[in-house]
Write a protein that binds this ligand. Structure first.
Ligand code: ADP
Ligand code: MG
Length: 240
């Protein structure tokens, strides 16, 4: 589904991603881990062109993302993204947050969008919050709304950038549960995370980034038990 070839990204003279080549299959859950500043967010943002690669190519479903502007718009609609800090629309109710993009960007009719939104809220356990405003919700609830909102566009791929890092510890689990359920439905997911338990348990593959380089990737069981690189061993020693 995703094919990344020799992807590099510079901000000015600062090399942030160096020659990254990897791929993600349909239905796969890939966890990206690594120290702060290693390029994880930039990599994720390149996948839906929130950042423009300096060189290299990214294909999604066989379409070259870096090629045509027309395609980008269409491809982006198929990619959901969830951020650390939720980014909900504060002046809209929860239901309106979920209805906005389908109605505006896809032309879904309002009744259909509302019905779908209600289903999704039920799925993330927040049916009773449909008419609440985001600022009345807990962090965990906000993030579950953000996930539901991304799903309202019926994406083929979901990107998560540290979705639980801004949450109080007692709320991490409820968000990870929603993500786990989503993984079980066969959704293709790329998740930047510091939750090693989630990576180990839910991911099909782990990518370890350090200093702009994809140092190693592998099955979580192998990676966590016997990382091949010194850098991954050092990192795991610090976080586990
Ligand atoms: P991570 O998510 O692994 O913590 P990032 O991808 O956010 O790492 O950042 C990698 C490097 O790129 C850091 O040195 C960061 O300062 C730099 N960087 C990220 N975004 C920008 C930007 N918009 N402009 C300039 N430098 C950036
Ligand atoms: Mg980051």
């Amino acid at each position: 589904m995703i094919n990344v070839q020799a992807l590099s990204k510079k901000f000015g003279d600062n090399l942030v991603l160096s020659d990254i080549t990897t791929s993600v299959k349909k239905g796969e859950v890939v966890a990206i881990i690594g120290p702060s500043g290693s390029g994880k967010s930039t990599f994720l943002r390149c996948l839906n062109l929130l950042e423009t690669p300096t060189s290299g190519t990214i294909e999604i479903n066989g379409k070259n993302l870096t090629a045509s502007k027309k395609e980008i718009h269409k491809i982006r609609q198929q990619i959901g993204m969830v951020f650390q800090h939720f980014h909900l629309f504060p002046h809209m109710t929860v239901l309106e947050n979920l209805m906005y993009a389908p109605v505006k960007a896809k032309g879904t009719n309002k009744n259909e969008a509302r019905e779908k939104a209600q289903q999704l809220l039920k799925r993330v356990g927040l049916a009773q919050k449909a008419s609440a405003y985001p600022n009345s919700l807990s962090g965990g609830q906000k993030q579950r709304v953000a996930i539901a909102r991304a799903l309202a566009m019926e994406p083929q791929l979901m990107l998560f950038d540290e979705p639980t890092s801004a949450l109080d510890p007692e709320m991490v689990k409820e968000v990870l549960e929603v993500m786990k359920d989503l993984a079980k439905t066969g959704m293709t997911m790329v998740v930047v995370t510091h939750e090693m338990g989630f990576a180990r348990e839910v991911a099909d593959r782990v990518l370890f980034l350090d200093h702009c380089i994809l140092v190693e990737e592998g099955h979580p069981a192998a990676f966590f038990q016997r990382p091949e690189s010194e850098r991954a061993r050092d990192f795991l020693d610090k976080v586990l």
